[in-house]
Design a protein around this ligand. Structure first.
Ligand SMILES: Cc1cc2nc3c(=O)[nH]c(=O)nc-3n(C[C@H](O)[C@H](O)[C@H](O)COP(=O)(O)OP(=O)(O)OC[C@H]3O[C@@H](n4cnc5c(N)ncnc54)[C@H](O)[C@@H]3O)c2cc1C
Length: 413
């Protein structure tokens, strides 16, 4: 038997963007449902380094553009959420490091870039004296300057869990391959038809919000929407299990003309250890240029660069892994990188990319502003079925929360 449900908002995609938005919309009294095709956060979000950053990466030339200054407010905004005083309640979310550091480990040009960045971000970045070095750097002779940024690092699995848990009955795992979209002649998305446990479910909504990351591309194609277009930027990320008791959280600024840190290092709990080793997760320029390298070449390059940057760490017994992943964003002219969260309205659709984990609160603001502008008000009773008393959530499973790649990597499990 076919069942038909009506709701206020349908969100497609359960990464950070969709989950945050689900929280915000329900706070505003909307009946909202999130559809996830796989695991929650299993796209870019679980692959992210979890850095809530304040824009340094965009200020290494000494200029903080008006667009990139939107990001500068984000660390404080997230901190309020962690204290239970922000737009969503993130109390209990695990903070891996309350600070992030920047190190001009190289020569003249790297020192110049960090100096210019520090000027652009005046007040939000502190040059540290040796006495103030974090434990990882203490008692080691390092050249160049070390700065403490306003940035910090979150554990993404605990973040995803906290955002999903209160809304278990509104988060549905769907079979994306069988979803049918019904579009009216004037381009309005009238209904989604979903298959689950042998049932056919029709889902109608006032608005549909695309938060599917890289999945937005195929969805736009299926809906016949040519603009906006999506662009992807490939990365070849490095993972190393390092037998060193102290975690590293640092951008190493290189000597190249490029404005991306040479190495961006975060450390994550090692599921196989009692605290004497960490999972180092490494992005930055090495991950961008690494798309040209094979996994073996990338891992050898990682060992070479990390060994040179941190001679006091013994990498001889490190276990390595690397993988390719895309960042998904709206396509901008000249293949520029977008600075801000992106929301575009088309008929009853909102098409979104946060472009950075950090900018998720900004994305939800833009969606809420757009709904206000369109004067969309809560209307639906909790996703009611017109024919009988079946609830929407009883027709679908709850998707699992994604786990980081290394959770089972070095355990042999
Ligand atoms: C390697 C890497 C490191 C990063 N590090 C950082 C960082 O440290 N700090 C920072 O601010 N940003 C970082 N980013 C960027 C950040 O991770 C992303 O901008 C953000 O996670 C995007 O979130 P999202 O919810 O839009 O997409 P995703 O997390 O990709 O989620 C999209 C979800 O939609 C689902 N989906 C796809 N298609 C469909 C469909 N048809 N129907 C239903 N569901 C669908 C997917 O399964 C997925 O769960 C990083 C990105 C990468 C790749």
């Amino acid at each position: 038997m076919n069942r038909t449900f009506s709701t206020d908002m349908v969100i497609l995609g359960g990464g950070i963007a969709g989950l945050w938005l689900l929280n915000r919309l329900r706070q505003r009294g909307f009946d909202a449902v999130l559809l996830e095709k796989s695991t929650l956060g299993g796209g870019q979000t679980i692959a992210s380094q979890g850095i809530i950053h304040g824009g340094l990466k965009y200020a290494l030339n000494g200029v903080l553009s008006p667009a990139s200054s939107a990001i500068a407010a984000m660390p404080e905004r997230w901190r309020l959420c962690l204290q239970g005083q922000g737009d969503v309640d993130l109390r209990g979310c695990r903070v891996l490091s309350p600070h992030y550091f920047m190190w001009s480990s190289g020569g003249y040009r790297s020192r110049l870039k960090t100096f210019l960045g520090s000027k652009a971000l005046r007040g939000r970045i502190d040059a540290l004296s040796e006495r103030e070095y974090p434990d990882f750097f203490r008692n080691h002779e390092i050249s160049g300057a070390l700065y403490q940024l306003s940035d910090f690092v979150l554990d993404t699995p605990s973040l995803l869990m906290l955002l999903a848990q209160p809304h278990r009955d509104r988060i549905l795992r769907i079979d994306a391959d069988t979803v049918q979209t019904h579009v009216t002649e004037d381009g309005k998305l009238d209904c989604l038809t979903l298959q689950s446990h042998g049932r056919t479910v029709n889902l109608r909504a006032q608005r549909f919000v695309l938060c599917a990351g890289e999945g937005n591309g195929p969805l736009l194609q299926q809906l016949g929407i040519a603009q906006p277009e999506m662009q992807t930027r490939p990365l070849h990320m490095l993972v190393a299990r390092v037998a060193h008791a102290l975690p590293a959280y640092v951008h190493c600024i290189g000597d190249s003309f490029g404005m991306t840190p040479r190495l961006t290092v975060t450390s994550h709990p090692d599921p196989t250890s009692d605290g004497n080793s960490w999972i180092w997760y490494i992005g930055g320029e090495i991950a961008e240029s690494g798309v040209q390298r094979s996994p073996e070449e990338q891992q050898a390059e990682g060992l070479r660069q990390l060994g040179a940057a941190f001679p006091w760490v013994d990498f001889s017994s490190a276990q390595w892994d690397s993988f390719f992943i895309n960042r998904a964003e709206p396509r901008l002219p000249n293949l520029q990188r977008p600075d801000n969260a992106y929301v575009s309205a088309k008929q009853n659709l909102l098409i979104t990319w946060p472009t950075k984990l950090t900018l998720t609160p900004d994305l939800s603001d833009s969606v809420c502003d757009e709904l206000d502008r369109q004067q969309v008000q809560p209307q639906a009773a909790p996703a009611a079925n017109a024919e009988d008393s079946t609830t929407l959530s009883s027709c679908f499973d709850f998707p699992e929360v994604a786990q980081p790649r290394w959770e089972h990597l070095f355990t042999g499990a």
